[in-house]
Structure formats: C-alpha cells, structure tokens
Design a protein around this ligand. Sequence first.
Ligand code: NI
Length: 358
Amino acid sequence: MNDSHYVHRNSGRRSSGTNRTSSGRNNGRRVLSEQEKEAVRRRHRERMRRKKRQAAMIQALVILLIIAAAVIFFVFKGFGFVFGKITESRQKAIAAQQFQIHTTEAAQTSSQVPETTTIEPTTTVPETTMDPNLVLSNGRYLDITRPMVALTFDDGPRADVGNRIMDYLEAVDGRGTFFMVGQLVREFPDEVKRMAENGHEVANHSWDHDIHLSRESSDYILSEFSKTDDAISSVCGVVPEVYRLPGGNISDTVNSTLSKPLIYWSIDTLDWKTKDPDKTFETVKAEVTDGSIVLMHEIYEATGKACEQMIPWLHDQGYQLVTISELLTYRSNNARTGNKGQIFCFPPVETTASDSSS
Ligand code: NI
C-alpha cells in the first residue's frame, strides 16, 4: 500500500513540471511511463496472487473441516465399539458369576438383581441366568447336573475329517477331544488352531504312535510326549493337558514317567476295523451312558460320516458333548480308573443322604 501511494505522489509531482518527459501529458491525457506501467502491472499481478492465495486458503479450510468432521465421526464410532465390547464382557462376567452363586430365590425376584435388569438381554442368556447349575465353559453353557459324554478322536490331525466333526459338534454346542500324533500336527496347522480357538481339546497321543512305547525307557517315553506337547503348543498356543497311550498300552515305567492324566475309554466303537458309519453309530447308541468316553479315530472318512448322525442324536437324547478336561473339572471326583490308573469314564455321582440334605 505504501508503495502505491508513493508512486502516485511521485507521478503527480512530475506531471506538474515543465519538462516533458515520457511520463508527461499527451493531448491532455497523462501518459504513463514504462516504470509506472510496470508498477500498475505489478499491482495487478499482486492482486491476482492475493486472490489466488485467498481462494487456496478457503479451499484448504473446507478440506480441513471435512477431514475434522470425518475424524470426529470415526472417533465416536470407535468409542461406541469399545464401550460396547466393555459392556458385553461385563455382562458375561456378571452372568457367569450369577450361575455360580446359589441364589435361586434372589434371581426369581428381579428387583434384587438390579444389574441384570438394566442390561439388554442377549439371545442365549435370559432364562439361563436363573439357573445356578449352568457354567460358562469353552464358549458355551454347560448344565453340570445333566448327562455328559466325551467323544474322543485319535491318530489325527486330518483336516477334512476333523473339520467335519467340529462342524457337527459346534452345531449342537458340543466340543470334542482330539488325541493327536505329534509328527502330523504341523501338516494341519489351521485345523489344530481351529480346535484350540473353538474350545475343543487338543490332546497328546505320542509323537509317532509307537505301539510298543510302553516297553521303552523312561527317557524315550518322555520325549515321545514332550515333543508332541511342543509341536501342538507351537501351532495353536495351547499345551495339551491329557495324554492317551498308543493302543492304551501301559507299563510301570510309563506310569512313573508321565504325570498328566492318562485317558482310556469306556466305549470302543471299532471304527478303525469296520469303517462302517452305521456300525459305529449303532455301537454308541447301544452303549452310551452318562459319563462315557467314546473312542473313535479322526483318520477315517467313515468316522466323520458316523458323526453326522451320532452327534445330533446324542444331543437329542440330552447328552452334552464335552471335552475330557471338562469332565475332569466338573466331575473331578468321579473318574473311574483301571489298567494301571488310566481313566475309563466319569459316571455321575450317586446321590447319598448327605448330598440331598446339603
Ligand atoms: Ni491311536
């Protein structure tokens, strides 16, 4: 601004002088000198530049506002998601707590449990919150007073059969136990991960299924099982808690060497021998009782096929399909053992006079 004032004053003074210069008058009109023209052009350019800068600034401001609005929107959405998760997990914790507290009366009068009444009901929880016998286990609810059966699948993994079996189990909120051979585990990592993630039991059936393992030294036996523990946990992050001996063959050396529970069975389906889905199913139908441990093999397609009928049938009969560790947890005192301390089954506790009075 100062600059332009200066130029005006200057040219005014000059035009009033007698000397005709290039900046003097011509026919009454003032002729601008080159310098002045240049100044005018410079001012014009300056104005244009300023306009452009302003336009650019406005544009930037608009973009900034849009970005800010988007950021605020997503931050709020994120908060909503996080708080949703927190509420959800709190709900689950409260529900789980309630099952363990023996408050049948309190639960019936909803006024005494204000926390649950304020929570919006989920699809699975409402009526079950009333039942003190329900426990949250491996991602679903178990009624610890109702019949349980453990289906066990040996000699895998084998993904095409194992995944099929897990599909049938999960469809009825069941879980299975997979006694795996260590040297096969790395061939089916996705299947083994699914077992662990979905609450099935990853279990140990030795490294290479040496049927004469029981005749070997303590070191040999230990390495067969520790190698398999390592292989399974490196694939899915879970260390097996239960073992099954190849062929169920045991010795005193095995007994003194291995410290985890050794799991036998009470129903031998002979699926490996018949490879007949109907016969496998019929055997289970005929022999199953509360607390049975069923022996099957994951490596036969016929066994997968047998499960397609067997699993829904067991569910319809009222059996809850559970893992061996669940039986060890909820029926810890009922394990029936034989054959040098191997566990055969978990029959229900017989109700005695002292039980019913407590
Ligand atoms: Ni086996």
